[in-house]
Structure formats: structure tokens, C-alpha cells
Design a protein around this ligand. Structure first.
Ligand SMILES: Nc1nc2c(ncn2[C@@H]2O[C@H](COP(=O)(O)OP(=O)(O)OP(=O)(O)O)[C@@H](O)[C@H]2O)c(=O)[nH]1
Ligand SMILES: [Mg+2]
Ligand SMILES: [Zn+2]
Ligand SMILES: [Zn+2]
Length: 400
């Protein structure tokens, strides 16, 4: 059976042959030119209403195809389901979908922004990594809606729009990740396509958006599960005085969220791309379980805690450091009434790892702005580097 590919924009799957094309609507060799018009599929599925060349079917395993209307040759390959233009070399590159989930106000949007900003700047360059937007829409949207808002204007975000109020859509940010060190993995592709979905917390409480979430979680090669200790009964009273506390009414507790995600992953087996489960019927999708807003808890950690230190610098993912963070978080879960979370993960997942991060490094001001000291991210790239090292896309060091 042909390998199934997953569209980084809509998460539907198809084979390489099924990839379609879009005419570039330039004057062709035979002096014909296709008219640009709105593409109804692109408009319905992705909300993109601009005028584009016509879509047509040809053998998508090839890099180019000839338009049946104007005879012009085109290199635009598009998803057969949503008609989004696929990243260059799609199907030939590693393609990794990273799903990001968390209850309302856990810090998903802030984290996504700071993580990608770091990967594109400091954090990434220390690693010899390059992360670039895979398409114009991602670049534009990441700059204006995310990066400028937080970094230039210093403003936090309003709650992310739930998919149900957005034509049942979540618009992912799609990036190409690569290492600027050719030869390091001579036998591996140089780039990985990464697709990030920043969902709204409500997406996990409404029934309507469950189908979307199912597709998106099932298609994921890695899950970043954000949990907010400030939403945990045992941790909330321990937060540093002055910390902005999130509301809890109508919000899934971290334990409930982990249960919902787990149930989705378990029940979906058998439909479409089956859940990768090992013999012991554990879920094989790697899950980075990330506790956010750690700045609210630094005051109560021991001086020697790995969660007060920065990860060792270097150009490899440090497995040993990561494992000591993992154990430290597990210990903290005891104080935070989080032992049921640990038990659930331990019993159901074959690959999960705990992380502790702070995207901002401070609690925001009372009027929802970044503190005057600026954004001081803490350990934000650890979860992504762990996932990437699991795919062999970045090297790792230390204990296995
Ligand atoms: N102390 C602290 N607070 C944070 C941090 N990151 C986010 N917050 C707080 O959490 C709030 C929510 O952050 P968002 O990123 O918008 O949360 P979200 O998960 O995207 O929320 P929804 O889109 O509504 O699901 C922010 O407005 C901040 O008050 C952090 O690193 N430290
Ligand atoms: Mg959000
Ligand atoms: Zn044409
Ligand atoms: Zn698609």
C-alpha cells in the first residue's frame, strides 16, 4: 500500500499520486493563459478567498505537471482535499505534525509565539537550526497576529477563537525546520515540515469540534500537551503572591484534559490512520507534557533543582538534563495533587516526557501586558527538541 501523506494544513491523508496541481496562470508556450478565480474548495476549507489559477489532477508524484487548459507547466502542488499549496518537496521531506493542546488559558498562544520566535532566533541558532515559514500566509500571520503583538506591542492575547466560530477550522502555522550542518545526518532528509495547531481551550469542551480534534490528534506525530499548574488544586495555593490566576469555572482541569486526549487517541484506532500502539496497547505517539508558567513556582524550588537551571548549552539535545527535569516534575506532581495524571500517563503512553517552562519568565502586569523586564523565556525549546530528537531530526547526547 502506498505511504499515506498528511496535509500540514487540513490533516487529511492521501497518497503521493493523489496530490493535485494548480495552474500558475501565466502565458503559456501555446499563448494561452488560464484565468484566476476564487477556488471554492480553498475558500470553504481554508477561508482563503483570493483569486488563483485553476486546480487540476495529474500524477502528484511528479514535481511538475502540464495544465490541461493552457498547456502551461506548473510546479504548484496542492492538497487534493483542501487545495492548500503544499510546501516545496512535500512528500519527499520528513513531514511532522505537532499538535498543541491545552485547556483554556493554559498559555498555548503565548507559548507558540515564544517557542517559534526562539527557534527562529537565539535558541535555534545555538543549535544550528533554521526555522522558516513554509508559506506566505504562515509568515504573515505569525508576524502580525503573534510576534508583533507580543514582542513589539508587549500585549497578551485575547482567548483564541474556537474552531466552531471559525467555519470549524483551525489554521495551522506551517514551518520548515532544518539544521545548518549538512553532513551531520548524511542519510536523512535535510528538512522537516512542522505544522503547529494553536487550538482554543474551548475546542476540547465542545462536541462540535471533537471531530476536528480527533483528526488533528490522530494525524499528529507528536503532541505537546500544555498543562497549567495554576489550574491544579494542589498547586494554586503555592503560587507566588501576585501571580495572575486563571479562572477555573467551566475549564477542564489538567487531569480531565489528559483523560479526554487519551480517550480520543484510544477510541480512534481502526479509523483511517490507526493509532500506533505497541503490543501492550499503549499509545505510541510521543507526548511532551509541558507544565507552563513555572515562574510562579520558582520561589518554592530547591536551589539545586534542575527547574531553576537553564539547559546545558550545546548543539545537541541533552537527554540527561531532560530526564532530571522529568523526575523533578514527577516529584512536584505529588505536591500539586497531580499523581493521577502521572498514573494515567504511565499506564497508557509508551513515550511521554515531562517539561517545565515559562514562556514569559514573569507573571504579566495587571493590565495584561508583558512585564517591564521584557520576555525572558525559560526552557521553551526543550519539548520541541525532544520530539525532534526522537525523529532523528536533531542529535541528542547523554543517557538513552
Ligand atoms: N506567569 C505566567 N503567566 C503566563 C505565561 N504565559 C501565559 N500566561 C498567562 O496566561 C494567559 C493566557 O495565555 P494564552 O497563551 O492566551 O492562553 P491560551 O491557552 O492560548 O488560551 P485560549 O486561547 O483561550 O485557550 C496570559 O494572558 C497570561 O496571563 C507565563 O509564562 N507565565
Ligand atoms: Mg490561545
Ligand atoms: Zn492553465
Ligand atoms: Zn489539506
Amino acid at each position: 500500500m502506498a505511504r499515506r501523506l498528511t496535509c500540514p494544513y487540513c490533516y487529511e491523508t492521501f497518497t503521493g499520486r493523489e496530490i493535485s496541481f494548480r495552474c500558475n496562470s501565466r502565458l503559456s508556450r501555446t499563448q494561452k493563459r488560464c484565468v484566476r478565480r476564487r477556488d471554492d474548495v480553498l475558500s470553504d476549507r481554508m477561508g482563503q478567498r483570493g483569486e488563483v489559477g485553476p486546480a487540476f489532477v495529474a500524477d502528484g508524484r511528479r514535481a511538475t505537471a502540464q495544465c490541461p487548459d493552457c498547456d502551461g507547466e506548473t510546479t504548484f502542488r496542492i492538497c487534493p482535499v483542501c487545495h492548500s499549496t503544499l510546501p516545496a518537496q512535500f512528500g519527499m521531506l520528513e513531514n511532522r505534525m505537532i499538535a498543541m493542546v491545552g485547556s483554556k488559558a493554559t498559555g498555548k498562544t503565548v507559548y507558540t509565539t515564544v517557542l517559534l520566535h526562539e527557534m527562529m532566533n537565539r535558541g535555534g541558532s545555538a543549535f544550528g537550526a533554521a526555522l522558516v515559514g513554509a508559506d506566505d500566509a504562515t509568515l504573515q500571520r505569525f508576524n502580525s497576529d503573534y510576534q508583533e503583538h507580543l514582542y513589539r506591542e508587549g500585549q497578551l492575547f485575547a482567548g483564541t477563537r474556537p474552531a466552531v466560530t471559525n467555519d470549524n477550522r483551525v489554521d495551522p502555522l506551517v514551518f520548515r525546520f532544518g539544521l545548518r550542518r549538512p553532513g551531520l545526518f548524511r542519510d536523512r532528509p535535510q528538512h522537516t515540515v512542522l505544522s503547529f495547531f494553536d487550538t482554543a481551550g474551548e475546542d476540547f469542551t465542545s462536541r462540535e469540534s471533537m471531530e476536528l480534534n480527533t483528526r488533528y490528534l490522530m494525524g499528529a506525530d507528536g503532541i505537546v500537551l500544555l498543562l497549567d499548574p495554576l489550574q491544579m488544586a494542589g498547586a494554586r495555593p503555592l503560587a507566588r503572591p501576585g501571580t495572575a490566576l486563571p479562572g477555573t469555572a467551566g475549564v477542564d482541569s489538567p487531569y480531565n484534559l489528559v483523560s479526554k486526549v487519551t480517550n480520543l487517541l484510544l477510541t480512534r484506532a481502526g479509523r483511517g490512520r490507526a493509532v500506533r500502539r505497541s503490543g501492550s496497547s499503549r499509545i505510541d505517539t510521543p507526548v511532551a507534557v509541558v507544565f507552563t508558567k513555572l515562574d510562579a513556582f520558582w520561589h518554592m524550588l530547591d536551589k539545586g533543582s534542575p527547574l531553576r537551571a537553564h539547559p546545558p548549552s550545546g548543539d545537541r539535545f541533552d537527554e540527561e538534563d531532560s530526564l532530571s527535569v522529568h523526575e523533578e516534575v514527577r516529584t512536584l506532581l505529588k505536591d500539586w495533587d497531580g499523581v493521577p495524571i502521572d498514573r494515567l500517563l504511565e499506564n497508557t503512553y509508551s513515550r511521554y516526557r515531562y517539561f517545565g517552562i515559562s514562556a514569559l519568565g514573569h507573571t504579566p502586569t495587571e493590565d495584561a501586558r508583558v512585564a517591564r523586564t521584557g520576555i525572558q523565556p525559560y526552557r521553551v525549546t526543550d519539548p520541541l527538541l525532544w520530539l525532534l530528537s526522537g525523529y532523528g531530526a536533531v542529535p541528542r547526547t547523554g543517557r538513552r
